[in-house]
Design a protein around this ligand. Structure first.
Ligand code: V47
Length: 423
């Protein structure tokens, strides 16, 4: 039901958006609490269309999760395993490595794993040979792997796939690396060493919800917002572009979500005015309770997902893109969200280990390019293939190049997908 108060709220929000003013916490919570999902969508879509028209970005990428061992015990996470006290298996290219290349789901059937660097490079090369432009790499905080493992990983991928963009390591992993490096290193040192080894940009994970209460209730032992922002600030100062996530639908309130988005907006405002790089996109991640310590919670429904994606667009008008990660929102809802503020539909993915709902329990979670484009077109949008930094990718059946770059990459025209054939 639309009340007079709701009409006032929407008029006020519309006027602010038209005047280029930022929405307040009160505006955001009011929009969330309104049942007028259609006007909310129309407003979010107007911000989206002002920036991007009907263009909808997608990318051909490949996720790699290098280990599920983690020193943390975040309650929302069903991915981590504690590192065993006695572990005799060496980290070498043995049977585990061979399996990991032919069928990555075989190393992620509930057992602990850590992928050798050459396995990761071969997985990246496999995707690159089939046309992927990006590898997205994150993992647990492994207690034993040395910092050289991470720099070696980047340089091995760069050697094997010279033009593949390496988007890797959340802010939480970067802080972990500063502590395990011998001697300890600063955030800037760690980021510079990774960039020298081939790192192109950073994903937005580990942000969760920037609020002390939520932090203490769900991820107490993990570094919080101060360190998360410090890593992203340092990356932006160094000219490294990053993304930003928000994990919603667990113990946080709507006001805490809006507060989180405002903190991202404020950071972006500083980065835009004083730093070399900034956030490229916001990715609201819909909490998947299955197998986590919060499995008694229901997780967000479709309307809450849609509202949250629209709110991200409306609150963070200074961040260029809003991404729907279909692994968490489902492909169908991600498609609907293209008219509720979202302009980025990520991506082919292929294997994903952190949540497995879309894979029905398997890590193999893939959308082919044809399917991605069909979903985008059916929503009345224009599909645009992008690279990680949102530059247009020109693709033929056997080669791709990034707008403005002198090089091109040839790939196998017979493979529509980047998945590894089983067996
Ligand atoms: O940091 C963990 C979240 C993140 C669950 O930057 C969960 O382009 C839902 O950050 N339910 C990793 N979410 C994913 C991520 C990401 C994904 C896609 C694109 C980009 C990007 C970044 O997933 C973690 C954590 O916040 N997460 N457990 C769960 N049960």
């Amino acid at each position: 039901m639309t009340t007079a108060a709701t009409v006032d709220l929407f008029a006020r929000v519309r006027a602010k958006l038209d005047a280029g003013e930022s929405l307040s916490l009160e505006d955001g919570v009011g929009l969330y609490d309104s049942s007028d999902i259609h006007t909310l969508g129309e407003l979010a879509n107007s911000v989206r269309e002002r920036r991007h028209g009907r263009r909808t970005y997608y990318n051909i990428n490949r996720h790699i999760n290098y280990t599920n061992y983690c020193v943390l015990r975040c309650k929302f996470c069903s991915f981590y395993l504690p590192y065993p006290r006695k572990k005799s298996e060496p980290l070498t290219s043995t049977r585990e490595s061979a399996l990991a290349v032919s069928d990555p789901s075989s190393v992620a059937n509930g057992a602990g794993y850590e992928l050798p660097v050459d396995t990761i490079a071969r997985q990246a090369a496999h995707a690159y040979a089939r046309g992927a432009t990006e590898v997205h790499i994150v993992g647990g905080l492994h207690p034993k792997l040395p910092f050289s493992y991470y720099t070696d990983m980047c340089s091995a991928i760069r050697d094997a796939c010279p033009h593949m963009h390496i988007k890797a390591f959340t802010a939480i992993e970067i802080i972990h690396f500063t502590r395990i490096a011998k001697p300890r290193r600063s955030i800037a040192d760690v980021l510079t060493a990774l960039r020298d080894a081939g790192l192109g940009s950073m994903p937005g994970g580990g942000a969760e919800i920037f609020d002390d209460r939520v932090h203490d209730e769900t991820f107490k032992n993990k570094v919080g917002e101060v360190e998360w922002f410090e890593v992203h600030r340092t990356a932006h100062e160094l000219g490294i572009f990053t993304n930003a996530t928000m994990l919603y639908g667990h113990v946080e309130t709507r006001a805490e979500r809006v507060g989180h988005l405002i903190k991202l907006r404020e950071h972006q405002s500083d980065s835009l005015s004083t730093r070399e790089a900034h956030f490229n996109c916001v990715i609201p991640l819909s909490f998947i309770p299955d197998d986590s310590d919060l499995s008694h919670l229901p997780g967000p429904g479709g309307l809450e997902d849609l509202k949250t994606l629209a709110l991200a667009r409306l609150m963070c008008t200074n961040i260029p893109h809003i991404k729907a990660f279909w692994i968490m929102q489902t492909p169908k809802l991600a498609q609907v969200s293209l008219n509720w503020g979202v302009d980025d539909f990520d991506g082919t993915v292929v294997y994903y280990d952190i949540t497995k709902r879309e894979g029905g329990g398997s890590t193999h979670q893939e959308l082919t390019v044809d399917k991605l484009k069909r979903l985008i077109v059916e929503a009345g949008c224009e599909p645009v293939e992008r690279d990680t930094l949102y530059r247009t990718v020109d693709r033929t059946a056997s080669s791709w190049r990034v707008e403005g770059e002198p090089w091109s990459v040839t790939y196998s025209p017979n493979e529509a997908s980047c998945s590894v054939p089983p067996g």
